[in-house]
Design a protein around this ligand. Sequence first.
Ligand SMILES: NC(=O)c1ccc[n+]([C@@H]2O[C@H](COP(=O)([O-])OP(=O)(O)OC[C@H]3O[C@@H](n4cnc5c(N)ncnc54)[C@H](OP(=O)(O)O)[C@@H]3O)[C@@H](O)[C@H]2O)c1
Length: 269
Amino acid sequence: MKVLVIGAGNMGLTYAEGMAKSSMLNRKNLMIFDKSAEILTSLSSIDHFDVYDRIEDCLPEADVVFIAVKPYHCEGLFEEIKSHVNDQQIFVSLMAGITIKKIQDGLGVKKVVRSMPNLPAQVGKGVTSYTEAREVSRVELLMIRNLLDTTGESIKVKNENFIDASTGISGSGPAYVFYFMQSMLEAALKMGFSQHDSKILVSQTFEGAVELFNQSDLSPNTWMERVASKGGTTRAALDSMEDNNVKELIKDAAYAAFDRAVELGKEEA
Ligand SMILES: NC(=O)c1ccc[n+]([C@@H]2O[C@H](COP(=O)([O-])OP(=O)(O)OC[C@H]3O[C@@H](n4cnc5c(N)ncnc54)[C@H](OP(=O)(O)O)[C@@H]3O)[C@@H](O)[C@H]2O)c1
């Protein structure tokens, strides 16, 4: 199997690196294409994939093609590459808001997988949701899943609505966590801790809580009750959050991202 990644930006490179580090592909079977001369020069010293600046030299060779350009570049890209595609190739889109139909129509192909990655893919801890056009076979989908899993974990979702929904949870989600972290950092600094100590207090707290959660079957609610005793300090913090409706506000934020993803899809249609 030969894989081509189109677009060597944040996400394209993350996936290329993930696939290169896995045992799934060797160097000769991983290609990357970008139109930016600056990016191509910066990649020229990397030896775990081949870098191309002419689509006709790489696309016809590929069995699987990852599309990792910004959504607003997709139409120009489709025009540029459509004469080099064939109907056996599988196209895996990482582009937010671009529908399977739009890719099928734009490229004149049928086998399309649409996915929604997230930023922790950069450190092998990403989660990618994906769904496929009906022309993609089970075996092909399993192969794509294995490629997606090289950057973390993946979940198959029922339809494209869930791709937009996962944008609201996992795609945009790292920013919600950073928002919470930033708030706690600011509180720690205000209490008089140094930058260094504030960072350790906050990052270990997040890491430790996630580890506890992952190593048990307990819900976050149960863990909260375990930390909070009646009349104690944690109860005072949780009561303050409840009084300020923080949980509802976070849910509203997730829905705002979900709604925006749907809206973007319509704008692009
Ligand atoms: N970053 C995230 O956290 C994240 C999360 C979920 C989904 N995504 C999706 O991932 C996709 C890529 O995002 P990104 O942040 O990696 O973007 P990016 O850093 O801008 O990378 C895209 C790369 O593709 C290149 N490019 C543009 N048009 C091209 C063309 N016609 N042929 C070849 N290369 C072309 C760009 O070159 P120029 O810079 O010269 O235009 C750039 O190097 C987006 O569609 C986004 O929706 C990203």
